[in-house]
Ligand binder design. Sequence first.
Ligand SMILES: NC(=O)c1ccc[n+]([C@@H]2O[C@H](COP(=O)([O-])OP(=O)(O)OC[C@H]3O[C@@H](n4cnc5c(N)ncnc54)[C@H](OP(=O)(O)O)[C@@H]3O)[C@@H](O)[C@H]2O)c1
Length: 285
Amino acid sequence: MAHTTLGITGATGRIGGAVSRRLEERGVAHRLLVRSPHRVASHVAAANGLLDAATMDFADPDGAAESMAGLDTVFLVSASESADRKQQQLAMVEALSRAGVRRVVYTSFAAPAPDATFTFARTHYATEQAIERAGLEYTFLRDNFYLDVFPDFVSADRVLRGPAGDGRVAAVARADVVDAALAVLLDPRGHERAAYTLTGPSALTLDEMARIMTRVTGQDHRYEPETLEQARASRAGYDPEPWQMEGWLSTYTAIASGELSRVTNDVQMLTGHPPRSLEDVLRGA
Ligand SMILES: NC(=O)c1ccc[n+]([C@@H]2O[C@H](COP(=O)([O-])OP(=O)(O)OC[C@H]3O[C@@H](n4cnc5c(N)ncnc54)[C@H](OP(=O)(O)O)[C@@H]3O)[C@@H](O)[C@H]2O)c1
């Protein structure tokens, strides 16, 4: 095993993977806490002792506690959404404590609250509360929606459809979340017991997003607001479980509610550069 006191979860994913690569570039040793260590085995082998890997699955907190033993700090990327994500994440907070981890940097969500309109944000609230109660040192990165996901919401006929009304969303680029995570992991001073709300440079309506997509791609995009009933009906064909359907719909109703419209200076403050815009993300900046 590498001599390291830093663990990175979600390292096979986009945020955790990018944070890990950036740490590696800087020669910072760390442990990849992943569901399937064999997927990172050749990478670990090529890293000349800078990296090691251990199994971490939110569904197996005891195994995760063993894998995290000896670590001082863990970058905890929230698990993929599931019916029991809340229970899994709360169990993982206990596992962090049991493992003797002192500090956690957690990818939370903007405006977390027990009654947040975006149903998945309620899990983030509960997880933050559990981390505080456990007495862990923490830094919460409360990410707004990723700007990067909105192009994925566009249908084949280039329409953004959803019950978002004319609400605004201060979505943030994944790359800025990575930059912010790196900043607080590399220099924890001043970030103890802190919560940062990571947003883009402005709050956009989905109509404005569609116009920007049209401008940047040269292909016509448009936003078509749906009623809640229309939205439910248009997604029913995917046959989602109820919790999944509510998560999907509340992505849009949370935008309509205005809960996700607050623009902050936190990306600039943490990273030293202005947040990337939707144009930047679409152009791959
Ligand atoms: N703010 C937003 O708009 C937004 C959008 C999407 C997601 N998110 C949240 O942000 C997180 C990170 O985003 P991302 O873009 O990096 O996602 P991603 O590319 O899908 O990566 C997710 C990572 O988490 C790992 N993971 C998921 N469930 C796990 C579990 N039960 N136990 C252990 N590891 C697990 C995955 O491992 P495997 O490779 O083994 O699957 C993967 O490494 C997501 O997991 C999700 O909670 C936020």
